[in-house]
Each structure stands twice: as C-alpha cells, then as structure tokens.
Ligand binder design. Structure first.
Ligand SMILES: [Fe+2]
Length: 196
C-alpha cells in the first residue's frame, strides 16, 4: 500500500530527527501532522536517486531506503526554471515536501522537505526568509554560505542557513540526498536566486 510507504518514511524521518541532536535543537517534531492525499508528480531525478543515492551511514540508512521506496509516489517539485538552472540540473534534481503547509503531511509549525541533487551540479546562491537546517541523509556536497567557510558535508552532517542569508550547494563526484527543515515566517514561500 502506498500509504504504508508514506508512513514508513514519516516514521523514519521522525527517528532521524530524534537521532540527530542538531535537528531536535532546531525544532520540535510537529504535533498532529495529518496525511493529505496529494497526487504523485514524477521527475527524472527519481531514476538517478534510485540508481545511486550516495553513501549513507548506519544511522541514516533506514531513512535513505524509506525515501527511495517512496520516491515514485510523491509530489516532486522543481521551483526553478530551465533558464535559471539549466536543463541538466532539472534532469537530476528534485525536492518534495514531506511535512508542511503544502506537504504530504500537513503542518503549519514547520516545513520538512527532501531534496536530491545528482553528481556534478551547481545550485547557485539563493535565499529565503525562513531559517533552514540541512541534514545529509546520503552522499556529499560542498555547502557555501555568505560570511562563513565552505564545508563539505556527508551523511549525518548538518548546516544552518540564517534567514535571508545567501547560500549555495555544489555536488562533485557524489550525489546528495537531504532532509531539510524550515522554521519561522514564510514557510510556504519558494526560495529565490540571489540577485547580486
Ligand atoms: Fe535554502
């Protein structure tokens, strides 16, 4: 049953939130998030995720597997246009909202999304009002943040992006699968590319 796959991913995400102290410090697990029947929207990145999610750890493997199993059934999104990020980027990138104002589970308290990027992609500087905490489920990437040092993150690592602080992400030889939390005002906003 598809619903069972959603609930398995929800539970695995909750376990991940419990396992990583930085996630629990950033926000509580949302109360009363209820399942919403949203249509599946496929993106080409599903195939890439299933073929190679990148290296997980013992702690992240359950979430990684649950997300790969769920991938054909979620409402994937792109946010950006081809003119903004290029055709190759759109072939090998996608995200979906697991929990949030427009998520597969509805909550107004936080927004929890899953993002995937294939190897060798540059996600340029962008920003958004909500504070953001990335956690890496599998794979690796270089995380840039204005005013801070660039860090290569792999499974189990986290990075905080302050409100409207431009940041960017580059994958090199590995893809990356991420679990991302937004908190604060503007949870239903889209990120936007930084102008300067
Ligand atoms: Fe962001």
């Amino acid at each position: 049953m598809t619903r069972a796959l959603f609930d398995a991913a929800f539970e695995a995400a909750r376990d991940w939130h419990t396992a990583l102290p930085a996630l629990g410090a950033f926000c509580d697990w949302p109360d009363g998030a209820r399942f919403a029947d949203r249509p599946a929207v496929a993106v080409p990145a599903i195939t890439h995720l299933q073929a190679n999610p990148g290296a997980a750890t013992a702690a992240s493997q359950a979430l990684c597997t649950a997300l790969i199993d769920l991938a054909p059934y979620v409402e994937w999104r792109h946010t950006y246009t081809e003119s903004e990020v290029g055709a190759d980027f759109l072939q090998r990138y996608g995200w979906f909202e697991l929990i949030g104002p427009d998520g597969h589970y509805l909550s107004d308290q936080v927004r929890m999304t899953i993002g995937f990027w294939g190897a060798g992609l540059v996600y340029g500087r962008h920003q958004h009002l909500p504070e953001e905490l990335y956690s890496v489920v599998s794979g690796a990437a270089d995380f840039m943040l204005d005013g801070a040092e660039t860090l290569r993150l792999s499974a189990g690592d986290t990075r905080l992006h302050p409100s409207n602080q431009p940041h960017a992400l580059t994958t090199t030889t590995d893809p990356i699968l991420t679990f991302v939390i937004w908190r604060g005002d503007g949870l239903a906003d889209a990120p936007r590319m930084t102008k300067e």
